[in-house]
Structures are given as C-alpha cells and as structure tokens.
Design a protein around this ligand. Structure first.
Ligand SMILES: NC(=O)c1ccc[n+]([C@@H]2O[C@H](COP(=O)([O-])OP(=O)(O)OC[C@H]3O[C@@H](n4cnc5c(N)ncnc54)[C@H](O)[C@@H]3O)[C@@H](O)[C@H]2O)c1
Length: 325
C-alpha cells in the first residue's frame, strides 16, 4: 500500500480494539507500517498476544472495563473497533452476553471516544445484517434481516455509530465485512470460519466435510482488502457521519468453488464429504460494493485464487509441527 492518502497516518495515534484477533492484528500491523502509533486493547478471549505486531502497545483488558478503555484511548486520532463476540452460534447460546459485549461494549467505545475527542471511530459491522434478504447483491439500503443475536447486535452497533454522529457531531463509519479470510484466522475455534477449517483439514491430509450441498455461495474477501478499506475510511477527506458501507469483492463463490481453488493451489484433487446443512445458515451472500467505490475509492485488490494460495502458504508454515519448521 503506497497510496499517498495513507501518509496522513504517519505520527497519528490509533486504538485497535480486538487487535490480537484475526482482522484487528492485520489492521494493527498495517497501521504500524504506515507510521501510526498503535495501541491494541484485547481481552484475549479469542485472540492471541503473539498476533500483536512489534511496535504496537498492548493493553490486556476488556472494552467493558471503562478505566482501561479510556486509558488506552487517550490521545487517539482513530479508533478501529473490532472487538466483539464474533460467533453466530455462540451468540445464539448466550444472547445476553452477546448484547453486553457487542452493543453495550460499542456504546462504551463511542462514549469514551466522544469524551476524549477521537477524530474518527470505525466499526467492524457484518454482512450478517442482511440475513436472507431476497435480492442479491446486497445493498446498504436493503432492510436488515436478523437471524441471530449476533446479527442484531451488529445492526445495533451501526445504529449507535449513526446516533453518536448525529447527537454529538462525531465522525463515525461502519464497514460491513463479508466473509473475511486469510492468514492468522483461527482454525481451532469450535466456530472456525469455513476457509480456515478447510485449510486445516487439507493440510493435515484429510478431506473436509461440507455442510449442505456445497452450492451455497459467499462473497469471500481476502484480509488485505478489508485492511485497505479501513485505511481508506480512516484517511478519507469526507466527513463520514455514521455511513454504513459494504466491504466485499462483489463476487460470490460456492463452497465447492473454494475447494476447487484450494485443490488447484495445493496441486491435489479435493473430494469432500457432505453432512446436513447447519440450521440458520443463509444460502447466498454477496456485496454490492458501489458505495465503497464511490465514498472511499475502494476496490478489492486481491481476488479468490491468489487469496487462497496466500492463506495456504501461510498455514503450511504456521501450522507445521515445530520439528518441521
Ligand atoms: N471474520 C469475518 O469474516 C467477519 C465478518 C464480519 C464482521 N466481522 C467482525 O470483525 C471483527 C473482528 O473479527 P475477527 O474475525 O478478527 O475475529 P477474532 O475473534 O479473531 O477477533 C476478535 C477479537 O476481539 C477480542 N475480544 C472479544 N471480546 C472482547 C472484549 N470484551 N474486550 C476486548 N477484546 C475482546 C478477542 O479476544 C479477539 O482478539 C468482529 O467485530 C467481527 O464481528 C468479522
């Protein structure tokens, strides 16, 4: 990323909540690389201390801990709010806890940002907001369609960002991420995302199991694209006051397409097993990205085959037994 727009980050201070997790740690790494002074606040319920890049300050705390949150946010120009309960099934098991972390936690982040005069707050929103909306690709003007406490909490987060922009004149923006994948995504969680789970199986020499017929589609988006979208939104000269913006590739691929592309990258034939579909999973998902293009100048820079190849190359090294490294 050599864009001149990103030079605005040099010497500025940023807080990344959830910065020990998958997306937050890539964001923290990119911010450090652009000369930003970065703090990461993470409770480590899902992330790993080792993910935090050298050069970033680490605060081990929850966003629900007001004193730690405010200390970490002091002096910040930007807050990239990525911390959340991230799993749909976990949110179905624990709806109250989901609301506490994802809704109350987001309100705390915003209130601290208001009091500390943060320049811009960016929120990790989710394509889960679209649920089973009938038309594809999904547009930001479609009505939300919540099928889980997680989806509801992410829509509530967007409304909080919009409300804080209107009530307090803050600059806020919600980026609705569509199925992000890439290095460092955790395959060990019981709620592992599909590409990291498939990678784990294929690299262990076993065939993955597809839930359903494999024809369900998603807008799989490589991590570099979402990092770029965040940096564009942070440095955008537009005022940005609560806008909701889809971040995806604008293309959809089926799970069988993904497995085919992974097989190609590894030079193997992939013959998956099949099991019944997971209740509540949407059938198709794809982002309309014209608003991101228009407001942020965003274009996806890494497409599926390259993104999968890069993910697998990373996983071969990261997941190899220590003796083989
Ligand atoms: N990965 C995706 O495809 C995707 C899609 C849409 C939205 N999102 C959103 O992007 C954000 C990052 O997701 P991810 O995939 O990197 O997940 P992740 O689990 O790797 O990262 C989330 C991080 O938040 C931390 N965290 C959780 N609760 C916390 C709390 N109370 N206080 C402080 N830290 C806390 C975890 O320890 C973890 O490091 C989340 O808000 C998620 O909802 C992700």
């Amino acid at each position: 990323m050599t864009d001149t727009q990103f030079q605005a980050l040099r010497g500025r201070r940023a807080l990344v909540t959830g910065g020990a997790g998958f997306i937050g740690s890539h964001l923290a790494t990119a911010l450090v690389a652009h000369g930003c002074r970065v703090r990461v606040l993470d409770s480590l319920v899902g992330g790993y201390r080792d993910n935090v890049p050298d050069g970033a300050e680490f605060v081990h705390a929850s966003i629900l801990d007001d004193a730690s949150l405010r200390r970490a946010m002091t002096g910040c120009d930007y807050v990239f709010h990525q911390a959340a309960m991230v799993s749909v099934p976990e949110s179905v098991d624990k709806p109250e806890e989901c609301m506490r972390v994802n809704v109350l936690g987001t309100a705390k982040v915003l209130e601290a940002a208001r009091d500390l005069h943060v320049g811009r707050v960016l929120f990790a929103a989710s394509a889960a907001a679209y649920g089973n909306t009938p038309s594809l690709p999904s547009k930001e003007t479609d009505l939300p369609d919540s099928w889980s406490p997680y989806a509801m909490s992410k829509v509530a987060g967007e409304l909080l960002l919009q409300t804080f922009a209107r009530c307090y004149g803050m600059s806020t923006v919600s980026l609705r991420y569509f199925n992000i994948y890439g290095p460092r995504q955790d395959p060990n969680s019981p709620y592992a995302a599909v590409i990291s789970a498939f990678s784990r199986r294929l690299l262990a020499g076993t065939m993955p199991t597809v839930l359903g017929d494999g024809q369900q589609t998603r807008d799989f988006t490589f991590i570099d694209n979402v990092v770029r979208a965040n940096l564009l939104a942070a440095t955008s000269p537009r005022p940005l006051a609560g806008e909701v913006i889809n971040i995806g590739t604008g293309r959809r691929s089926s799970l069988l397409d993904v497995l085919g592309a992974m097989g190609k990258a590894l030079g193997i034939a992939v013959n998956p097993g099949f099991a019944p579909p997971r209740a509540g999973d949407v059938r198709h998902s794809c982002a309309e990205i014209s608003r991101a293009k228009e407001l942020l100048g965003y274009e996806p820079v890494v497409h599926l085959q390259e993104g999968l190849a890069r993910t697998l190359e990373w996983a071969k090294v990261a997941w190899a037994p220590a003796s083989a490294r």
